[in-house]
Design a protein around this ligand. Sequence first.
Ligand code: 6CS
Ligand code: FE
Length: 298
Amino acid sequence: MTTPDLYPSRVGGEAELLSRKDPVLHGAAGAEGGPLSRAELASFERAGFLVLENCFSADEVAALREEASQLRERLAGSGKPEVITESGSGEMRSVFAIHRSSAPFARLARHPHLLDAARQILGSAVYVHQSRINYKPAFRGREFYWHSDFETWHVEDGMRRMRAVSVSVSLLENNVHNGPLLLIPGSHRYFASCPGLTPERHYERSLQQQEYGVPAPAILEDLVRRGGLEPVGPPGSVVLFDCNTMHGSNGNITPWPRSNLFLVYNSVENPLGPPFSGQSPRPAHIASRDFTPLDGDG
Ligand code: 6CS
Ligand code: FE
């Protein structure tokens, strides 16, 4: 019996704004025992994201930044599938599966500030669905057009329900000039179903420049009219955002690189199934199919 598709998108229909069918906070998320206060949980539920300023000290961020640049040096020119370069300049755009290729980032994925907050929001044990650094280099960093991560993870990875949370750690200043992560408050409460169909091996293009699974302008105007726009992220700050919160970032022509590190936690009760596109699953470095619960940092 095939799993019903509760969030049809890229099924050859028109762009449409559907309602969300999943809670934002899962299980006993409001219960004590996690790092987030009731007020923080309420803010996350209302906006679809939560900014935790000064989550990491300047020294801790400096160590993460150093590891990010060492990782870039180790992988530059490697041609590894985890490395995505900017079209045109060839500068490093993103590196995926960083919790697998870097011991410090594997430890970060188990950091209680992050892991316990994800468990609290998702109301269960969790595993890492995806991890990445978006380097957004100076002068040449290109945009990440508006999208809901869940729309892609549902259509191309077979993520059935909205029960995953992204944790973004700002390694460098996100300011209004250098292409900060932009979020649309409240957009997580709607599902922007996208037109068209998914091309085969779409990820070979979409991670450089996404053209499918992109909401229609009228739907984006509607979401921004309802909720506004919010740039986030001084260094050391952490942004928790729901898998379905509409977000994007502009290109970066300033001299200031803007690298953000992402860890995506999915509930172990929401394991990936066959992609709803009907195509083959994406590679493990983009969408893990190892659903072993992540334990704390010992
Ligand atoms: O396809 C994905 O999984 C990736 N694409 C975007 C634009 N955000 C989430 C993730 O990095
Ligand atoms: Fe994204």
